[in-house]
Ligand binder design. Structure first.
Ligand code: NAD
Ligand code: UD1
Length: 337
């Protein structure tokens, strides 16, 4: 396959590009580099020995994206491009809706015009809102109690893709609901490179471990969980990348939804301990008030993906901490160093 990766220079996109190339597929990256670096793509080329055509364009801009892709051949798409910072989405809702919704609308029209009928979309476990039960399967209600425009944009994108498929029955679309992606390629050459202060737990801990930040604030220790801190299903980004390849290779007409998670929950304090062991140093932390919009616990039921995609996670939280540390310690300034 020749796969167009929108947002392919980003954290999950770069790891997926690497796994696709290693499986013998070709990839093309379209990215506006608003939250990523060309260096990530260069390093994927270096790790795989393959060349990746890169198109710099804003996918949400119909004219720009259409012109940029005019002479580019591809037969399937993984759509990662979008903005993902939850707090920022509350402060800048129109920007988040414009980028996250328009990019999907432009892409769907472009695919239909070109007769490209295979699409994998980056959705999120955030569409489940405050869980009614855990572990959550794909039948869990969605769109109830969402607390921010980022989450709504994922929910809306799922609906837009379903509606597009009704009008275009040949379209095969897979909505992948990621749980919490963490870790890096074991080489330490590519990884997560958040700009500014990391919002997410593992990149924050990694920056504490490398000495960039003094301590971690643990957001709440009175949740109804075994140690009182929030529980999440952390999935190694390499497992996640492999899940995309499995989904792409099995795509059929229609819309299918899969959870990509490990099925195991870990608390904030468990992640702190696991990272401390991987890095061989103590991670200082303080207990802070709970963060608005957070839920006590989310854990995937990944059975549907395990069975239908013949995919399952093979890496542990300890592996993710080791690989995240390999990346962070070798690249303390991310790709800009
Ligand atoms: P990322 O920010 O590293 O990657 C997104 C990429 O899209 C970046 O390279 C960015 O420059 C690019 N981009 C943004 N707007 C664009 C536009 N208008 N045109 C072209 N490119 C554009 O984020 P990620 O963690 O790799 O996430 C990838 C996808 O997965 C996103 O859609 C995100 O919402 C979703 N997701 C991420 C997580 C997570 O925790 N990382 C969890 C659930 C879902
Ligand atoms: C967040 C987003 C979610 C998004 C997901 C993946 C919110 C409210 N939710 O989920 O929409 O899909 O990222 O990108 O932002 N924690 C700390 N200290 C920190 C950072 C986090 O204690 O400095 C805790 C959190 O309270 C939570 C856990 O660590 O219990 C994981 O947090 P995080 O990595 O931000 O992911 P989510 O909150 O699950």
């Amino acid at each position: 396959m020749r796969v167009l990766l929108t947002g392919g220079a980003g954290y999950i996109g770069s790891h997926t590009a690497l796994v696709l190339l290693e499986r013998g597929h070709e990839v093309v990256v379209l990215d506006d580099f608003s939250n990523s670096s060309r260096e990530a793509v260069r390093r994927v080329e270096e790790l795989t020995g393959k060349t990746i055509p890169v198109i710099e364009a804003d996918l949400a801009d119909r004219e720009v994206a259409t012109a940029a892709l005019a002479d580019v051949a591809f037969d399937s798409v993984v759509h990662f491009a979008g903005l993902k910072a939850v707090g920022e989405s509350v402060a800048q809702p129109t920007r988040y809706y414009r980028v996250n919704i328009d990019s999907t609308l432009v892409l769907l029209d472009l695919m239909r015009e070109r007769g490209v009928d295979k699409l994998v979309f980056s959705s999120s476990a955030t569409v489940y809102g405050d869980p009614e039960y855990v572990p959550q399967d794909e039948a869990h209600p969605v769109g109830v109690g969402l607390t921010n425009p980022y989450g709504w944009s994922k929910f809306m994108n799922e609906q837009i893709i379903r509606d597009a498929q009704v009008a275009w029955p040949e379209l095969g679309a897979v909505l992948l609901r990621y749980f919490n992606p963490v870790g890096a390629h074991p080489s330490g050459r590519i990884g997560e490179d958040p700009s500014g202060i990391p919002n997410n737990l593992m990149p924050f801990i990694a920056q504490v471990a490398v000495g960039k930040r003094e301590h971690l604030s643990v957001f709440g220790d009175t949740y109804n969980t075994p140690d009182g801190t929030g529980v999440r299903d952390y999935i190694h980004v390499m497992d996640l990348a492999e899940g995309h390849v499995a989904a792409l290779e099995r795509i059929a007409a229609g819309v299918t939804t899969y959870n990509l998670g490990s099925g195991t929950g870990s608390s904030v304090l468990e992640v702190v301990r696991a990272f401390g062991e991987a890095a061989g140093r103590e991670i200082p932390y303080v207990i802070a008030p709970a963060r608005g919009g957070d839920v006590a616990e989310t854990v995937a039921n990944p059975t549907k993906a395990n069975v239908e995609l013949e995919w399952q996670t093979t890496r542990t939280l300890a592996d993710a901490c080791r690989d995240s540390w390999a990346w962070q310690s070798a690249n303390p300034q991310g790709y800009t160093a």
